[in-house]
Design a protein around this ligand. Sequence first.
Ligand SMILES: Cc1ncc(COP(=O)(O)O)c(C=O)c1O
Length: 401
Amino acid sequence: MIKKNTNFNNGIPLTNDTWDKKEINSIFKTLKSGNLTQGEKVELLEKNVSKFHKRKHCLMLNSGSSANLVGVSSMKLHSKLNLKNNDEFIVPGIGWSTSYSPFIQNNYKLNFIDVDKETFNIDTSLIEKNITIKTKGILAINILGNPCDFKNLKKIAKKYNLILIEDNCESLGAIYQNKKTGTFGLWSSLSSYYSHHISTIEGGFFLTDDDELYSIAKSIRSHGWSRDQESKKYFNTKNISLEKQKFLFYYPGYNIRSTEINAAIGIQQFKKVNKFVKNRIKNYKKVKKIISNNRNYYLQKENGLSSWFGFGVIFNTDQKKFRKILDIFKKNLIETRPIVTGNFTKQPVMKYYMNNKKSYKLKNCELIDKYGIMFGNSQKLLSLKQIKLIILVFNKINKII
Ligand SMILES: Cc1ncc(COP(=O)(O)O)c(C=O)c1O
């Protein structure tokens, strides 16, 4: 399905296939049906994803990035949110590139703040001192399956009348105070890209309880037209013929829809989501035993119930030894990668985000960037051989660190 890094097949790759015959059969069945563009299957999957999260509305899109785009763009057009160009959002310095880019494409400004060095999520103790007259919202990104500190986030958002939004692209199935992540923000995004908890090859979901936001997002997903709306409340179609109503454009839209084939795969995948998440948690329990009680490194600290996208580890060491550590992983066939994008404020793209700022100094983002790695978790239970491999690798690390 994708070009896999086969070098790690006998060890621990970053990702594993989540499909079996059911997904493959559903593709052929859909192809034979002849109904390929967005239709009933997309709608059914949206209902399943809504129900899972106990959220009123869900839209399937062609990626998690598009879910972020549709969320940020719809807010600007919402009649009650009163958002304007140059309004500011507080965001964490660890996130994905497309957690942020929709904001500048909609003429907002971002203020990047540091993350907690143990949970890797936005450090809520830094938010209040960063709020200015321009601040209109906070973006919470649940990193590697780990829920943010929503208790504080909600408290601060309420106190300062800020919009809380949630990028949940890498944290499907995580739970915080008995609620699924993806249910705390005005809207949230999910990704079903190949390496995520469920895979529709490419895919994403936008979730909200707000009727107007949903209507706008649905319109924006398909060219900005008024077609397919359950309610015409937000679209004045009076005195317009049914023929013309099919081609009535209300909002500056895109085409970021998915297809019936992707949805058919997603319907099969979603039947297994609880099992997938359970197995990821079982793997975590084993890995935690190996990587705990050691002052040379630590595993990402869980906040609530993480759905363990991967295993993020930070090493207390220097650059020379860190390079050796990376080498030990590689030689022993455990594939690693940086934690999300590392310190995003150090990325070349930051020149587009700097506003009047000269630089950001985010200490914990820098630590995670310099001394952090992630190795893979998946819905497949770790074998005894794989557990032994992790033990071996950390024993080797213990000797050099
Ligand atoms: C936090 C976060 N946001 C957004 C995305 C974008 O999702 P997609 O790859 O489906 O566009 C990702 C992808 O990995 C992500 O990790």
